[in-house]
Design a protein around this ligand. Structure first.
Ligand SMILES: [Zn+2]
Length: 313
């Protein structure tokens, strides 16, 4: 009998020690990055990552629905805010967090509440032809910044995405921010209490001071990929040059964008009428015009051939 109890105890303790020993291994299996444990592996380790409402997506402008009831997007505190920021590196991206008492928020535009800014972070690529997470009609952009907001009333997040577009000349408005970013190379580097004018990170407003944007329901673009994010993606990108993008070349993270995910049954709406229809019309008109020119050349060639044959006869 005693032997049985000893055996049982041994068995229990063996199992216990085995579990403890395996803990680091199982913890390691949840490790993710953009290299060996990159986006292709995430859905095998994090259940949410294989959901049907994942982000980022490709915004196909011809499929976007104009919603006249989408009222203005209110970004409060994004301009003229007198606050300091902490800039850190979490091993995946550079994270910029406002000091606690700062009131920077996003509201309106059918958002259910006023969402307060938690932080913003950056997605970049290996070269200047990639880096953004969202794409527009299949086009990639070299950089995308995500401003992440939450609210106390529910568990959803409201994310504001801003795309950056490659231009031949520097955007001097970004210089101060990029100087700071260039110093945040890895998890050992951080800067505290830094003044940043985030209005310079947004596209310039139009004459009516309103922002044009796309809206859809999606997820975190990093594990655990929770599908609890209301996405607002600004239409106009901010210019940035190849020289300015070099600040990311020395970062310990070489690239950090997740590939686009399927839309499934979701729809993207917008507070404006995307112009792809006109572009398509232009494209169709060009095609028709080109076809017409080709037809004219063919007729001229046939007539010339007939005329030469006639002369030979
Ligand atoms: Zn992000």
């Amino acid at each position: 009998m005693n032997k049985i109890i000893v055996c049982l105890l041994f068995s229990v303790f063996s199992r216990l020690f085995a579990d403890i020993a395996s803990t680091p291994a199982s913890g390691h299996s949840k490790h993710w990055d953009y290299e060996r444990n990159g986006p292709d592996t995430w859905l095998h380790k994090f259940d949410h990552c294989k959901g049907k409402s994942q982000s980022p997506i490709d915004i196909q402008t011809s499929q976007v629905r104009y919603d006249s009831k989408l009222d203005n997007l209110n970004l409060t505190g994004y301009t003229n805010i007198n606050t300091t920021w902490n800039i850190t590196h979490n091993g995946h991206t550079i994270v910029v967090t406002p000091s606690k008492r700062t009131k920077i928020s996003m509201s309106g535009a059918k958002l259910m509440d006023v969402f307060n800014l938690l932080h913003f972070h950056i997605h970049w690529g290996l070269n200047v032809y990639q880096g953004s997470e969202h794409t527009i009609d299949g086009q990639k952009y070299p950089l995308e910044i995500h401003f992440v907001h939450n609210t106390t009333s529910n568990s959803r997040l409201a994310a504001l995405g801003v795309l950056y577009k490659l231009e031949p000349t520097d955007n001097v408005q970004l210089n101060d921010f990029l100087d700071i970013i260039s110093k945040i190379l890895n998890e050992t580097t951080m800067i505290e209490q830094q003044v940043i004018d985030i209005s310079k990170l947004l596209p310039p407003r139009n004459k009516t001071n309103s922002l044009r944007f796309y809206r859809y329901n999606g997820s975190l673009t990093t594990p655990p990929c929770n599908e609890a994010v209301t996405w607002t993606l600004l239409e106009y990108p901010v210019p940035i040059s190849a020289r300015q993008l070099q600040v990311f070349q020395h970062n310990s993270v070489r690239w950090n964008f997740r590939p686009i995910q399927k839309l499934h049954t979701r729809h993207v709406i917008a507070n404006f009428k995307p112009e792809s229809v006109n572009n398509e019309d232009k494209h169709c008109a060009c095609e028709t015009k080109n076809n017409g020119i080709k037809l004219n050349y063919t007729i001229m060639f046939l007539l010339a051939s007939l005329f030469i044959n006639f002369l030979n006869v």
